[in-house]
Design a binder for this molecule. Sequence first.
Ligand SMILES: [Zn+2]
Length: 270
Amino acid sequence: MVAAILLVVGVIAGARAALRRRTRRRVAESSAALEMLGRLNHRFEEAVAPLPPISFSFEVRLDSKPKFDAFDLGRRFREEVLQREQAIVEQMDVRRQVLRHYLDYEARVGAEALPRLGRSERADVAKTRFDAVEEQLFTEILLERPTPQARIVGVARYTSPQGRNSYEKSYIWGFDDLRQELGLAREDRERRSTTQFLRDRERSLLTPKIRIDVLQRDGRRCRACGATADDATLHIDHIIPISRGGLTEMSNLQVLCQSCNLGKSNRFVG
Ligand SMILES: [Zn+2]
């Protein structure tokens, strides 16, 4: 009895599935929206096909437990990204290109296929049923938005002498980590080159004219020990070093003899 009921239920379910398949086929054949979407898919599917994740891995073996404990995987990740920056940027550009194609596809779908939804019909499928199935099929065959992926695996290991104990730590970074790290690296580099530029400019401002002015003002003597050019080599010194933001202007310059100047180094001395 139970078996018979199950059989009946099964037959009905099978018949429903067959009916649903037939309806879907009929709608697919007659829908102007689906026809247009199919054409767009055909044109774009290659250009918007998802690419494999950007991936690389690194492994570091430490030779002591304290080194292992102190090892900073995140910092190493940063260095690896910097080293591979060119290649990573190229891979990201390709993925950005794919995404751009997809946006183009989406715009075309919105302009050419979507407006045709609900506009088609056929005699052997009820209109409301037709529209519902059409919408369903439309979302099913819409090409998926390619999401850029990355998978960077970092591993640090330490094995004690004679292999008694093994330690391992690892981390996996994704696309957003990678993008963020690249951005930081770029900012860092720009900041460094700006700083370098400012320093070079300050050095270039130390012209023969300003050297002579400083020598005259300071009486051609070391301001620290009073040595003259007869006793020692005289230098023009930045009181606040350029590396600390000191400028090349009279108020920040002084005459020092070589030994006072070298003794001063980068420290602030009056
Ligand atoms: Zn001196």
